[in-house]
Write a protein that binds this ligand. Structure first.
Ligand SMILES: [Zn+2]
Length: 249
């Protein structure tokens, strides 16, 4: 049993992202980040690979069940010609506020605690620490020199589940800017964990105005209940759920 599964069992499910760490306010009304994509823009597609890193895979400090199974799915997707491929990379400093170990010796893993930035934060085991093997991409994942890697979670005081924003929606990563520079209209998103970082990335992508496709077989989450809950939220937001084999040239 993985730590995540234990957490899930101990907490009666990890199904509600609102219990994880929602944006505490709506960034899209507060700041004018949302620039609608023009309707007559030609379709340009990007593949977004979320957090396929050693610490989330088998043997990692925060391993997700069957996470390694997404690797061949993404590798096969590289046969398609994409306008751009992006990989998000969780990349924390050692003293990151999301690590239980940084809050004293008696803080239970996976408990929720209010941190300095004012958001409720799940107390994770140390994971994806900058410069460690755990933070590296899965060794079998195909990564090309032309792929764009977007690091997140580098601010000590705030976590970042989404590839676009931190959990307080205070800071944007470079992902949206780089996509817009490339005039990308359609995002195909999958990875780990389906119900945490993939879900938040997908929902932010919708809010930012992209056409969003969630690649179900290229994603793994904490468990069936959590996955279903995430799936439901995506459908409610107009996300198209696809399998990798549905995606054509
Ligand atoms: Zn993290």
């Amino acid at each position: 049993m993985t730590e995540w599964q234990k957490f899930s069992d101990n907490n009666g499910g990890f199904s509600s992202p609102t219990s994880i760490s929602p944006h505490t306010s709506n960034p899209f009304s507060k700041k004018n980040w949302h620039t609608a994509l023009s309707e007559d823009m030609p379709t340009k597609r990007a593949l977004i690979i979320v957090d396929v890193q050693n610490d989330f895979c088998a043997g990692g400090s925060l391993s997700v069940p069957e996470a390694d199974d997404v690797v061949p799915v993404f590798n096969k997707l590289r046969d398609i010609s994409w306008d751009a491929v992006f990989l998000t990379r969780d990349y924390h400093p050692q003293d990151h506020a999301s690590f239980a170990s940084n809050h004293g010796t008696d803080v239970p893993l996976f408990s929720i605690r209010k941190i300095k930035s004012g958001v409720d934060q799940v107390m994770w085991p140390n994971h994806c620490v900058q410069g460690t093997t755990g933070s590296e991409f899965h060794k079998d994942l195909i990564v090309h020199d032309t792929d764009v890697i977007v690091k997140k979670g580098m601010n000590t005081d705030i976590d970042s589940y989404s590839g676009f924003f931190d959990n307080a929606a205070q800071e944007k990563t470079e992902l949206d800017t780089l996509l817009r520079e490339r005039k990308i209209t359609d995002l195909y998103i999958g990875g780990i964990a389906l119900d945490v970082c993939v879900l938040f990335t997908v929902l932010d992508a919708v809010k930012l105005g992209y056409n969003v496709f969630f690649i179900e077989d290229a994603s793994r989450g904490l468990g069936p209940e959590q996955n279903e809950n995430a799936r439901k939220q995506m459908l409610e937001q107009g996300v198209t759920i696809v399998n990798s084999t549905d995606i054509k040239e």
